[in-house]
Every structure is written in structure tokens, then in C-alpha cells.
Design a protein around this ligand. Structure first.
Ligand code: AMP
Length: 273
């Protein structure tokens, strides 16, 4: 496995190869969720590039940038074991300079849900993803459905900026207890982890109600609030796959999204129906 930190060196290396490239951008502290993305990329491309970059511009001033888990050596081993061809491991200075051109998140869909609780977050995400996609020039780039709004906005950016890459969504990987895997789960105490299980339970409750043909979104949200109490809920939202409000579930075109704070840890989850 090649490890490259200089964007220009990586660009040059990939330009010479003439093989199909699958790209998996991450912030490291790799877990089975990331590995699932890598496996999908391995299946569908001749070369797999993984990036590890904790992107400062997507963290707000009071967020956990300095505390964000970093496991560089373990991550390198995981990538090697997964058969990654190139690990792109830039430093902030390799990606950003003092006066930056930025990509702006869309006014509506970039400022609801996670964008409402973290204003500016998605502009940081889109800016770094634009840079990474331009550096790697991948045929396909893999993103988890766990970050559904991020996936939606990246797909929008690729479409609206006429970019030459296919965005491939990958299903959420969960722990055996149902909690969606996340690098931030390491922040949870044992007690908090038990509390956090209310999040997947609330989504399970929603899917059971829908199975009983209860399709009014207000009714489903109310039942979910009850399961989640007394967690601090940032939002429960039921949207169509274009991230627009709906009053009734449209099977095949709905996402139910939850964000809750467990202690100080912000956890996201969702189901696609
Ligand atoms: P992160 O390192 O948290 O920025 O995540 C990198 C990529 O892995 C993103 O596309 C995430 O959506 C994806 N990802 C994170 N957790 C999971 C999971 N539990 N299942 C599937 N994909 C995930």
C-alpha cells in the first residue's frame, strides 16, 4: 500500500495508472462501517484510494475537532489488511491555504436537520469533498447512508456542478445491539451506550407502525419521541428522498432521520423506507 500526503503527488500517481479508481473519503478512526465502504469499492474498481483527513472546516468553533479520535497507526493497518492500494493522508496545510475559495451548502437543504444544529458544517463538508474528488478523479466515490444528509448534499453537488464521478451509497453498518457504528461511539460510557440504544429502537418503532399501515408522519414522530425520552433530541424528521417535508410516508421514497445528544455525544441514525 502506498501512503501519500501530497495532493499533487497523488494526482500525478493516479494519472499514470489508467485503471478504474474507487474512492472512500473518511476522517479515520476506522470501524466496520468504513470497512464496508472499502469492500464495496474493492468489488467495483481496479484501484482503491482511501483518504484519512479530519477536516477542520466542517467543525464549528465549539465542537470536538481537537478531541476527535485519531488512530493513525491502527487505521494504516486496517487499510493494508483490506487491500487498499493508496492511502491519502494529508495534513491541513496540504489541503487549505490562508484565503480560500469555498463551496456553499444550499440555502434550504444545507440548513435543515444537522445543518440547523451545525450551521456552516455542510459548507465545510462540501468544500473538502470537492477538493478530494478533484485530487483523486475517481470513477466512483463511496459514502455511507448513515450520514444521509451529507450523502444527499454531495450527490446534489456532483449533479449541479456537472462532476464526472458516480456517488455510491452504502448501507448503514450496526453493532450487534443495533447501534449504528460511528467513530464517536468511543465517547460513550457504558450507561450512555445503553441510553443510545433508544435511537435505533425509535426507528424500529417507526417501521413497525408503518408495517401496521400507520403512515401519518406526525403520528410516527410522536411515537418516536416517546421511545427516545428523556434523551435530548436535536431532531426527528421524516422526509422524502429529495429531503423535502412530507405528511404521509411514501414507501420507496422516505427517510426517517434522528439526531440526539447522549451525554455530550451527538449521534445520528436513520432508516430508508
Ligand atoms: P467519517 O469518517 O465519520 O467521516 O465517515 C466516513 C464515511 O463512512 C462516510 O461516508 C460515512 O457515512 C461512512 N460511515 C460512517 N459510519 C458508517 C456506518 N455505520 N455504516 C456505513 N457507513 C458509515
Amino acid at each position: 500500500m502506498k501512503i501519500i500526503s501530497d495532493p499533487f503527488e497523488l494526482k500525478k500517481y493516479l494519472q499514470k495508472i489508467h485503471k478504474s479508481v474507487g474512492f472512500v473519503p473518511t476522517m479515520g478512526a476506522l470501524h466496520e462501517g468504513h470497512i464496508e465502504l472499502i469492500k464495496n469499492a474493492k468489488k467495483e474498481n481496479e484501484i482503491v484510494v482511501v483518504s484519512i483527513f479530519v477536516n477542520p472546516t466542517q467543525f464549528l468553533a465549539d465542537e470536538d475537532l481537537d478531541k476527535y479520535p485519531r488512530k493513525d497507526e491502527a487505521d494504516k493497518k486496517i487499510c493494508q489488511l483490506c487491500g487498499v492500494d493508496v492511502l491519502f493522508f494529508p495534513k491541513a496545510d496540504d489541503i487549505y491555504s490562508y484565503d480560500e475559495v469555498k463551496v456553499c451548502a444550499p440555502d434550504v437543504r444545507g440548513y435543515i436537520l444537522e445543518g440547523a444544529t451545525r450551521p456552516g458544517h455542510f459548507s465545510g463538508v462540501l468544500t473538502v469533498v470537492m477538493k478530494l474528488l478533484n485530487i483523486v478523479s475517481a470513477d466512483k466515490a463511496y459514502f455511507g447512508k448513515k450520514d444521509a444528509q451529507q450523502l444527499h448534499l454531495i450527490s446534489l453537488m456532483v449533479k449541479q456542478f456537472f462532476m464526472n464521478v458516480s456517488i455510491v451509497p452504502v448501507d448503514i453498518v450496526r453493532d450487534s445491539d443495533g447501534l449504528a457504528l460511528s467513530s464517536r461511539n468511543v465517547y460513550l460510557s457504558e450507561k450512555e451506550r445503553q441510553e443510545a440504544l433508544k435511537i435505533p429502537k425509535s426507528l424500529y418503532t417507526a417501521s413497525q407502525l408503518i408495517g401496521k399501515n400507520i403512515l401519518k408522519t406526525q403520528e410516527i414522530k410522536k411515537a418516536m419521541f416517546e421511545v427516545l425520552a428523556p434523551l435530548s433530541i436535536e431532531y426527528i424528521e421524516i422526509l422524502n428522498r429529495n429531503f423535502e417535508m412530507i405528511e404521509e410516508i411514501e414507501l420507496g421514497n422516505t427517510i426517517i432521520l434522528v439526531e440526539a445528544l447522549v451525554g455530550k455525544t451527538r449521534l445520528l441514525d436513520n432508516i430508508w423506507l
